[in-house]
Design a protein around this ligand. Structure first.
Ligand code: AP5
Length: 246
């Protein structure tokens, strides 16, 4: 739903308004949560995020999605990020820190956030600490999507995406009703340029060298919860629910 500053509320559909009102009432009873999701490509961060987001009324900030939107729109940020992304390398810390700092100001992040794919280096984690210190808040939990590399190629090469909504499918594990078509809109699905076996190798290398130290960084703070990300999606959701309700 668009913000009231850009839309006349009288023009909105009554059902939409009621649903939004009900959603906000439900949200007001939920505890604030600030979460980080860490895991290698294809470990299920993007699959679990919308479920957590709806349950706790948090904003979902996925740096990969934001960067892909910038690349598609050919913004200066997108132009700088494109080559690294296509090669499975990380884009520079400054670029992603800037987009997260800006995104955290959104009203939808008022009750907390899910950071999906950020921080990915220790420098990014330190910068995030600084950003949160200024806002007098801290990260509550880091969900570590632990999974063996050998499972990931099938997940990555079988993934299909509805680019407008971000809905994700998998040819084997989460197939759309009609192959190649989004269940909700009927629009065509696409595959990401970096979802090939060859680029996955570089992405995994970046994960092990640059991102695994971030798990150690948060382990020292005692806030990491390890998930069994190789399990089927519903079982992973149950594990997440247990961690977040404890
Ligand atoms: P990004 O978009 O963040 O990609 P990623 O981390 O590689 O993660 P993925 O989106 O591939 O995996 P996912 O864990 O979300 O898996 P999903 O749930 O979709 O980053 C892309 C690029 O942007 C980076 O390479 C880098 O260049 C740049 N970038 C982004 N953030 C950056 C940062 N902070 N710093 C620097 N550079 C940055 O699941 C995958 C598939 O498996 C789906 O088809 C799904 O249906 C299926 N699936 C999910 N869970 C299960 C399950 N439990 N069982 C069976 N199938 C499952």
């Amino acid at each position: 739903m668009a913000s009231s500053s850009s839309v006349n509320l009288e023009d909105l559909d009554s059902i939409d308004l009621m649903n939004e009102l009900l959603r906000r009432m439900k949200c007001s009873t939920k505890p604030d949560k600030r979460l980080i999701l860490i895991g290698p490509p294809g470990s299920g961060k993007g699959t679990q995020s919308p479920i957590i987001k709806d349950e706790y009324c948090l904003c979902h900030l996925a740096t990969g999605d934001m960067l892909r939107a910038a690349v598609a729109a050919k913004t200066p940020l997108g132009v700088k990020a494109k080559e690294a992304m296509e090669n499975g390398q990380l884009v520079s810390d400054d670029l992603v820190v800037g987009i997260i700092d800006e995104a955290l100001k959104k009203p939808s992040c008022q009750k907390g956030f899910i950071l999906d794919g950020f921080p990915r280096t220790v420098v990014q984690a330190q910068k995030l600490d600084e950003m949160l210190q200024h806002r007098a808040v801290k990260v509550d939990k880091v969900l570590n999507f632990a999974i063996d590399d050998s499972i990931l190629e099938e997940r990555i090469t079988g993934r299909w995406i509805h680019p407008t909504s971000g809905r994700t499918y998998h040819t084997k594990y989460a197939p759309p009703k009609v192959p190649g078509v989004d269940d909700v809109t009927g629009e065509p699905l696409i595959q990401r340029k970096d979802d090939t076996a060859a680029v996955l190798k570089s992405r995994l290398e970046a994960f092990h060298i640059q991102t695994e130290p971030v798990i150690d960084y948060y382990s020292k703070k005692g806030i990491v919860a390890n998930l069994h990300a190789e399990k089927p999606p519903k079982e992973v959701t149950t594990e997440v629910e247990k961690v977040l309700s404890s």
